[in-house]
Design a protein around this ligand. Structure first.
Ligand code: GZL
Length: 326
């Protein structure tokens, strides 16, 4: 009996040490997410929540800022107060980050900017993991130029959230290409807030203001495109490969690519939301004191509807859609 009690005591002590050691090793991440405005955002959030889990040695403190910059600043300050190991921010907007990044710096907490960008001095944060939004805009513009083959373009743009680097970058990139075509005219450009209701509302307004005057609609994400499609359907405006309006979208989510396969969205420029593993690998390097990249661009490409061959976009197939993780 005595031997059993000694063994049992030893076992309890070992298990206790293990749990203590594991508690020691947990890396706490404060994650300030933009919100829940789109299918892309849901895929991005799910990627973080399934990557930064206990079995991988992490505790994820997650805050959904609901597209509110002030709420995001509050979240970062709460992470600083909790003295997390790392702060990851997908910034709602590009501007207004200098002060709070300085506070994180003063607290000695490394900050990783992810998905989008900030206009603050890069010395104020440790690293950035994002996609190239200007290139995404240029891909859309180059594809359109190739597709139109010299024909005139009267373009309406439904932009993303005001002040977001995704909006600013895609607008800049597309306009870079538009500026090289004298017979392209951007009739109007308004924010649809990266959501379906916003896309529908703006498209309804465009249909009233510019009846029959446009042949291209650019939506800066798939959810806006769904809203624009609803508005055009209701107004009897035809779109897609067989319609009067060429519809361009961004994100290339599963549903967006399905509409592209059906020829309703003519071109869909990808933006890869699966960025959590890249962030996790970056943190592993920081933990190990190893050299790391201050800027990592997550690659993406473009897709276009069947029947279209392009230098700037891959012709979509069912196989491509089923092979993708989002
Ligand atoms: C792009 C990302 C954008 C997506 C939208 O990196 O920030 O925000 O294009 C999302 O779907 O809302």
């Amino acid at each position: 009996m005595k031997k059993f009690l000694v063994l049992l005591t030893a076992l309890v002590m070992v298990l206790g040490l293990c749990s203590f050691a594991s508690a020691e090793d947990v890396i706490t991440i404060g994650f300030a997410q933009v919100g829940h405005e789109s299918d892309w955002r849901a895929a991005n959030t799910n990627d973080y929540q399934s990557t930064f889990v206990a079995e991988n040695g992490f505790e994820l403190l997650f805050v959904d800022a609901d597209n509110d910059h002030a709420a995001q600043l509050d979240a970062v300050r709460s992470f600083i107060e909790q003295d997390v190991a790392y702060i990851v921010i997908c910034p709602v907007q590009e501007a207004g980050w200098e002060t709070v990044l300085g506070e994180a710096n003063d607290a000695g907490i490394p900050v990783i900017i992810a998905d989008r960008g900030v206009s603050a001095d890069p010395a104020l944060y440790t690293a950035q993991v994002c996609t190239n939004m200007v290139l995404e805009g240029e891909t859309a513009g180059n594809w359109l130029a190739e597709y139109l083959d010299g024909a005139d373009a009267n373009i309406l743009v439904i932009e993303g959230s005001v002040g977001a680097s995704a909006t600013l970058g895609r607008t800049e990139g597309f306009n870079n290409i538009a500026a090289t075509h004298d017979n392209w005219k951007i009739l109007d450009s308004q924010s649809g807030n990266f959501d379906q209701a916003g896309g529908q509302e703006v498209m309804e307004s465009f249909i009233k203001t510019y009846p029959g005057q446009y042949n291209v609609v650019v939506c800066q994400n798939d959810n806006e495109a769904y809203g624009a499609m609803d508005a055009m359907d209701a107004a009897g405006v035809t779109y897609g490969v067989d319609g009067d309006v060429t519809l361009i979208s961004y994100d290339a989510t599963n549903a967006g690519l399905t509409y592209t396969l059906e020829g309703k969205i003519t071109c869909n420029v990808e933006c890869n939301p699966m960025q959590a593993t890249t962030v996790k690998e970056l943190i592993a390097k920081l933990e190990a004191g190893e050299a790391y990249d201050a800027m990592t661009i997550v690659p993406d490409s473009g897709f276009c509807a069947p029947g279209i061959t392009s230098e700037y976009a891959v012709t979509i197939t069912e196989e491509i859609i089923t092979s993708r993780p989002f």
